[in-house]
Design a binder for this molecule. Structure first.
Ligand SMILES: Cc1ncc(COP(=O)(O)O)c(C=O)c1O
Length: 398
């Protein structure tokens, strides 16, 4: 039966990564990769994570299953991190959180849950959005539509277009927002814009679904969830999918969560049975290791302090690099204005170069980026910035 299968085209980001690895140019730079890189180009294990792992190794007494909804302590920890103490207490039984295999597992589970609630609903995603949103959410059979988000000409959020579109979203549809550090654009909503989105959701009665993959990577752990908390306190229903891949560096440990806010405690209890059934049908139980690490770090003051410092350093480094990159581009007298990169948040921004220029950057200079021109700011470091700037200058001036 497998004879009839046709191969799929390679994933553009993974394909790029493979070509980068095979490139023998010692000056090669990978701007396409989606993980954090430190000054030395590594994706390190955080110190707090290592310490938590050592402690867990000594204290864990079983490897028995954790159950479809994961560890209660981890779920409460994530809910507290995302929503904060006050809101969490006031939501009481209108809120539930379940552990998932990473943010992707959470998105997939949420999609199954949404399909059970209303198979005919449409999910409105930002134009552009993270490339994996459609495969993950679409696999549950959900339909998509797009709202304007990023204006490639002005290199900024097209909030007017976005809001006008949201005001046309039919009742019962879902609107997917990025909680912070929009991937791929780095352009985020400001507090005033979040308020207007909240008002549109109330007026038009659409359900908001937030993908929160980068809490703490933009402005701060609390600041980055301004929008999530605003919506959580004012909307009757909300779906939040969060991930610990980036902020704890736990990528391969697959550590995430789905948090639901429901209209009533009864609806929450019903929803929890559906989420648990969806988990059971997809993967049965989530993996434990990453969740146990997060739970331990967040509830052990010494570890928490170490992690806070490390996360601050990651965020500050990205923001420093944003400024440095813009400064260096300006100092090289490159005509194109890149100042927008300094105002964007998280790991990604569109460089705003065209596909021909990208082709030359890859083929002639071994500087790798995807066709959309999304770059990972954290890939820039002291060793490659001179080469990066001089290559960009040659390509952009030619
Ligand atoms: C926007 C967005 N959502 C969700 C995820 C999910 O990440 P993970 O499944 O590794 O937790 C990512 C990871 O790159 C992301 O960029």
């Amino acid at each position: 039966m497998f004879q009839s299968l046709q191969p799929l085209p390679p994933d553009p980001i993974l394909g790029l990564s493979a070509t980068f690895k095979a490139d023998s140019n010692p000056e090669k730079v990978d701007l396409g990769i989606g993980v954090y890189k430190d000054e030395h180009g590594n994706t390190p294990i955080m110190k707090a994570v290592k310490l938590a792992e050592e402690s867990l190794l000594k204290s864990q007494t079983t490897k028995s299953y954790v159950g479809p909804t994961g560890a209660i302590g981890y779920n409460e920890t994530i809910a507290r991190m995302v929503l904060g103490d006050t809101l969490l207490d006031s939501l009481g039984k209108r809120r539930l959180t379940i552990q998932t295999p990473g943010g992707c597992g959470g998105l997939r589970l949420a999609a199954d849950f949404i399909a059970k609630a209303n198979a005919d609903t449409t999910i409105w995603v930002s134009n552009p959005t993270w490339a994996n949103h459609k495969p993950l959410l679409g696999s549950a059979g959900l339909k998509f539509n797009q709202y304007p988000y990023y204006d490639y000409l002005t290199h900024s959020l097209d909030f007017e277009g976005m809001l006008a579109c949201l005001k046309q979203v039919p009742e019962g549809d879902l609107v997917l927002l990025h909680g912070c550090c929009h991937n791929p654009s780095g352009a985020d909503l400001n507090p005033e814009q979040w308020l207007q989105v909240r008002d549109a959701a109330i007026e038009k009665k659409f359900t908001v679904f937030i993908d929160l993959a980068y809490q703490g990577m933009g402005t701060g752990l609390e600041e980055d969830v301004y929008g999530v908390r605003l919506l959580a306190e004012s909307l009757p229903e909300l779906i939040v999918v969060s991930s610990c891949s980036k902020n704890f560096g736990l990528y391969r440990e697959r550590t995430g969560a789905v948090t639901l806010i429901c209209e009533s405690a009864k609806s929450c209890a019903t929803s929890s049975t559906l989420l648990a059934a969806a988990a059971r049908a997809n993967y049965s139980m989530p993996p434990d290791h990453g969740a146990a690490i997060v739970q331990l770090i967040m509830n052990t003051p010494d570890l928490r302090e170490i992690w806070d410092d490390e996360l601050n350093e990651v965020r500050n480094r990205i923001n420093r690099l944003r400024s440095l990159f813009v400064q260096r581009l300006r100092a090289a007298s490159i005509e194109q204005d890149f100042s927008f990169i300094e105002n964007e948040k998280g790991m990604f921004s569109f460089l705003g170069v065209n596909e021909n220029q990208i082709k030359v950057l890859i083929e002639k200079y071994s500087i790798y980026l995807v066709n959309s021109s999304r770059i990972n700011i954290a890939s820039i470091n002291d060793s490659n910035i001179d080469y990066l700037i001089s290559s960009l200058k040659e390509v952009l001036d030619s």
